[in-house]
Write a new protein. Structure first.
Length: 123
């Protein structure tokens, strides 16, 4: 028996699954919130805490993205142009938040979120 197991340490199989999207989008991990770079023009960035780090997902194409294993609270930054919106829908399909182009919303409840949608329609 491994020393970690005999001491009651969690095994890698015990960790909750990492946050993901479907279809998948690029994501990077940052150890400190202050290390997260500014969201690029034309993109929508969503931040979710996981494993003591911050996962930042980078959305670029219009469409609907399913969310899995997103927990806690996070931020959505919409750097799209014009009236393009980023919408967060809860698991029942109701709109929980709408982020207008050029704005951000902090404190998004990922526990209830089921999808992020990038649309041409204004909030």
């Amino acid at each position: 028996m491994a020393l970690a197991a005999s001491m009651g340490a969690a095994s890698p199989g015990d960790a909750p699954a990492a946050p993901a999207t479907f279809p998948s989008v690029p994501a990077k991990n940052y150890g400190n919130a202050g290390d997260i770079p500014k969201c690029r023009p034309g993109h929508v960035c969503a931040t979710v805490a996981y494993g003591g780090k911050y996962h930042v997902f980078d959305f670029y194409r219009y469409g609907t993205y399913g969310l899995s294993n997103w927990r806690g609270r996070g931020t959505v930054v919409n750097e799209q142009a014009g009236g393009a919106a980023a919408r967060v829908d809860d698991r029942s399909g109701a709109e929980a938040a709408c982020v207008a182009a050029g704005t951000a919303i902090a404190g998004v409840n990922w526990d209830r979120a089921g999808k992020i949608k990038l649309t041409t329609a204004r909030c």
